[in-house]
Design a protein around this ligand. Structure first.
Ligand code: RIB
Ligand code: CA
Length: 334
């Protein structure tokens, strides 16, 4: 079966790491590039993490460094939201950052170099090569994609589909209504949406259904795979959080790999139901800044539906997809 050309735009991130593992493991995609962006951590970390993953998973692909800042920070710097305030001005820098490694795992030293071109040029180059067949998995803030579309006016028709982990039809995770990937760069999300490229939004209300229990995480970590050491640190991290009295109760004994569900939607579109509706992004309210306003009863808002919004997730089917992808990393029988 001919592999689908795929670019992964990402801010690794533990859940990004699982999504990228699945992109390789499913065997369906020709991963043309992995493009790190500022997001979970500053670009200096996300670019290193992207390279670490490409090498650890043995993915023969371009790692093309993207944006180290959102298009425009705007209102978010005046945030009175605790999680955002904590990330801003950390170590004296005005930057969103949790920082550091993924899963606190010490990856082996990288074995290749970053691409000489920046992400936005690589996205365009690969889109031209793929002649309209390129699919994009966007699992971080959409800054790279917005810059690519802004720089190359003929890029949009060359992109077959964009699947985004981002937004939420209901509650946010970094403000009451703001989901992190959109909140970091809402202008980028709004700009990409405006281009009219087939767009699937896999938001928090869907990813929350695709949780992994501790037993399910242990099953992954116990598989005899080449990436078991990384998965064991992922499992240990969730155990530690589950024993932490300060951790939110709803995340004890389980975890959500948000980006992995977006990847699963590319592998098996039936894993999730979708509604074709209109999504707008709030760009001017200091309270609701970065909210994805999803019309849950299409035609309440003026304008045509502009994206497919993930609704109901078949969690068992999702878990099977993840395990099937992980099988590809099984150690060779001696
Ligand atoms: O809100 C969840 C998203 O923000 C995920 O993509 C996670 O990796 C972070 O980027
Ligand atoms: Ca991410």
């Amino acid at each position: 079966m001919k592999k689908v050309p795929l670019i992964i735009d990402t801010d690794p991130g533990g859940d990004d790491a699982i999504a990228i593992m699945m992109a390789k493991g499913c065997g369906m995609f020709d991963i043309r590039a992995i493009c790190p962006v500022n997001g979970n951590s500053p670009l200096r970390d996300t670019k290193r993490n992207a390279m670490d993953l490409a090498c650890y998973y043995d993915i023969d692909t371009r790692v093309a460094v993207g944006a180290n800042q959102p298009l425009y920070r705007g209102l978010i710097t005046n945030s009175n939201f605790k999680r955002v305030a904590k990330m801003l001005k950390k170590d004296g820098e005005d930057d969103f950052q949790y920082g550091g490694q993924m899963f606190d795992f010490a990856f082996p030293a990288p074995t290749k170099e970053f691409d000489p071109l920046p992400a936005w040029d690589v996205i365009y180059e690969e889109a031209v090569k793929a002649k309209g067949e390129l699919v994009i998995l966007a699992i971080g803030p959409l800054t790279n994609l917005a810059l690519a579309l802004g720089k190359y006016s003929d890029l949009a028709p060359l992109i077959k589909e964009i699947v985004v982990m981002g937004g939420s039809a209901y509650a946010g995770n970094h403000t009451p209504v703001g989901e992190f990937n959109v909140l970091i760069d809402p202008w980028a999300f709004a700009m990409v949406l405006k281009w009219g490229i087939p767009f699937k939004m896999v938001g928090l209300d869907a990813t929350a259904q695709a949780y992994h229990t501790l037993d399910e995480l242990k099953e992954m970590a116990d598989m005899d795979t080449t990436i078991a050491p990384m998965l064991k640190t992922a499992y240990d991290g969730v155990v530690a959080r589950s024993n932490d009295p300060n951790f939110p109760p709803h995340l004890k004994g389980r975890t959500v790999y948000h980006d992995a569900l977006a990847m699963a939607c590319l592998i098996d579109p039936e894993v999730c139901s979708f509604r074709h509706t209109r999504v707008e992004v709030e760009l001017s309210s200091p309270i609701a800044f970065g909210q994805t306003v999803v019309d849950k009863r299409p035609a309440l808002t003026a304008g045509e539906p502009n994206c497919l919004v993930a609704q109901k997730v078949d969690r068992e089917r999702y878990l099977e997809i993840v395990l099937r992808c992980l099988e590809a990393f099984k150690k060779e029988e001696k």
